[in-house]
Every structure is written in C-alpha cells, then in structure tokens.
Design a protein around this ligand. Structure first.
Ligand code: IMP
Ligand code: MG
Length: 181
C-alpha cells in the first residue's frame, strides 16, 4: 500500500470503526426516539464525511443531513480562528442539531460552531465525534457521543488528513513524526 512507510501504528481498524459506529447509531436512535425528536445532522467538512456515511446507516430515524465548512487547520497546529467557508443550506431555527465531527482536539472549532447554532435558534445542539483528544482541550466543550479516545499524537485516516492527504484510508493511524515535523 502507498501509505505503509509513513504509518507508525494503526489505532482503529475499519472493522472496529464500523462496529463502534453501529453502537453509536443505536444509542443516538434510542436517545432521540425517547425524547420524541429527529435530529438534523450537521457534518463539518471535510474530515467527518467518511464517519457520517458510516453513522447514518445505523440511525433508525427519519434524519436529514447538511454540511458546513468552518475551520482552517494548516499543518498540525490548530489556528484557534474559525472562518465559515461554506454555510448550511438548511434553516436551523427550532431544529435539533447533531453535529458530526471527525476529532475534537482543542475544542475551539466546535465551541464556536455550537454557539453559532444556538444564536440561530436551534432548539438543541449535540455532538457526535469519531475521535476525542482530551489532552489538548482549551475549552469546556465535550461531545455527547464519542467513538474512541486518542492519545496526544497526530492521527490520520477515515477522513482525517495531513495536508489533505490520508483522508481515504479505511482505518485511523498515527503518522510517523518525521512525516509532519
Ligand atoms: P479543534 O478546533 O482544535 O478541536 O480542531 C478540530 C479540527 O482539527 C478537526 O476537525 C480536525 O480537522 C483537525 N485535527 C485536530 N487534530 C487532528 C489530528 O490529529 N489529525 C488530523 N486532524 C486533526
Ligand atoms: Mg475537522
């Protein structure tokens, strides 16, 4: 495989991710059904697309989804500044939003996005993330649904990129340091 020389360690295989997405989908279905709600899934481009595609197969509700492109993340350091590159096409007033993210790192992106959704009159805002990197958090934000916790290392695959590469790997892996340092 083209990527093999640059991968240090596979953290989660495709099978593990699928199994976890199934569990999360079931939990989301139960929770929203119990509350009598149907979420509008908002996926943050581009990293969350493979996870969204996996997750929606396992949510047994009449859901819709929309996309937003918000952050600039050059290289491996979060910028702490959010710009809306592509806004939602759907009005969200009185909607129950479930934000779909690839990874929560500092939490800056999601804090800003969730505040914006509240300002626009969403009736609830919850978060589902494939990966959580709690060691680097700079805000109080926590996800409602988490696929896996990851250590403080730069990870790629299943949507996550390094300079737009590696997004299409069917697994999540740690990149060798010499590849990004
Ligand atoms: P935050 O605002 O610092 O939470 O950054 C979130 C965004 O940074 C994610 O949606 C990713 O696009 C990117 N990011 C954070 N950590 C990693 C990583 O380890 N690998 C790839 N992208 C990452
Ligand atoms: Mg992202």
């Amino acid at each position: 495989m083209w990527e093999e020389k640059t991968i240090k360690e596979v953290l989660f295989t495709q099978e593990q991710i699928t199994a976890r997405a199934e569990e999360l989908g079931r939990q989301i279905t139960e929770d929203y059904r119990a509350a009598g709600k149907t979420p509008l899934l908002v996926a943050l481009l581009r990293g969350s697309v493979p996870f969204l595609a996996e997750l929606v197969k396992h949510i047994d509700l009449d859901i819709q989804f929309d996309f937003m492109d918000v952050t600039s993340y050059a290289g491996t350091e979060s910028q702490g500044e959010i710009k809306i590159l592509k806004d939602l096409d759907t009005p969200i007033k009185d909607k129950d939003i479930l934000v779909v993210e690839d990874i929560i790192d500092t939490g800056m992106t999601l804090t800003t996005v969730c505040e914006l959704f509240h300002t626009r009159g969403a009736s609830s805002v919850k978060i589902v993330t494939l990966l959580n990197k709690p060691s680097r958090r700079k805000t109080r934000i926590e996800a409602d649904y988490i696929g896996f916790e990851v250590p403080n290392e730069f990870v790629v695959g299943f949507g996550l990129d390094f300079n737009q590469k590696y997004r299409c790997l069917p697994y999540v892996a740690v990149l060798k340091e010499e590849c990004y340092k």
